[in-house]
Write a protein that binds this ligand. Sequence first.
Ligand code: AMP
Ligand code: FE
Ligand code: FE
Ligand code: ZN
Length: 281
Amino acid sequence: MCIDLHIHSHFSDGTHTPAELIMKAKSANLSALALTDHDTVQGLDDFLAAAKIHDLPVVTGLEISSTFNNHSVHILGYGMDHRNESFVKWLKRLQEGREERNEKIIDKLRQLGIEISDSELKDLSRHGQTGRPHIARLLVQKGIAASRDDAFRLYLKKGAAAWTGRFTYSAEESIRMIHHAGGIAVLAHPGHISPPPQHLHDFIGKLVALGLDGLEAYYPGYTNQVRKSLRNIADRHKLVITGGSDYHGENKEYSKMAGKKSGFCPPDSLLPRLYEKLNIY
Ligand code: AMP
Ligand code: FE
Ligand code: FE
Ligand code: ZN
């Protein structure tokens, strides 16, 4: 059976509620699920409640955009106490950074003659925090970009006309705080680090020295060869291996939840080692 340990809800930039994600996972016959919204744990109470009702094994999660050696790395946290006060407070700084950035992006777009109001943006993302995918959606709705990919390419991706950076923690800080809240830290989509480090193995080794616990070796599009080399690195460093679809609902083109039907299937044989690391028996 398949598992999916990387999905987003409308509390970040997905389009489904946590409960809808649980139901989708049930119909895809998944044997475990983790919700990993960007920089927020806001959706986890609903997620856990729905999982209980539908009797689906789940793990708490989140995905923190972080920086390491001038690279942008996404660190997944699993099994945290998502109500840990200092952790929740620490995450607030990231949410404020997003607010600051959204204002700057809107300003830059205005200078380009494109009007987006705060309220229409808030309306699109009223359940949680706002990210670039929401802005991309508005650009498509207004007919300014032909597709969301187009909106990123023309305006929102790094180096594009309205691109703006935002506050991020270092990978070291993210790993430390995930541990502080009782979780484990996993490197998300290691094949997508931007810019790609020349020596991924050494790069991961340095993250391991900072406390990294795992690698996401199952990710859509990763070939057997990529998977195998990530598995080798994981074995050498005694890391946990995880996998997930990065499903964003309608907010990301071509994204699908894991399952036999979608053809992307991180196997549930990964679970015992994950549970062991999380001290769940
Ligand atoms: P943010 O968290 O606001 O920086 O936005 C990052 C999110 O935007 C990612 O998680 C993806 O969902 C999406 N994204 C990033 N780059 C692109 C791109 N080039 N095309 C489409 N979506 C993207
Ligand atoms: Fe996203
Ligand atoms: Fe990511
Ligand atoms: Zn993600």
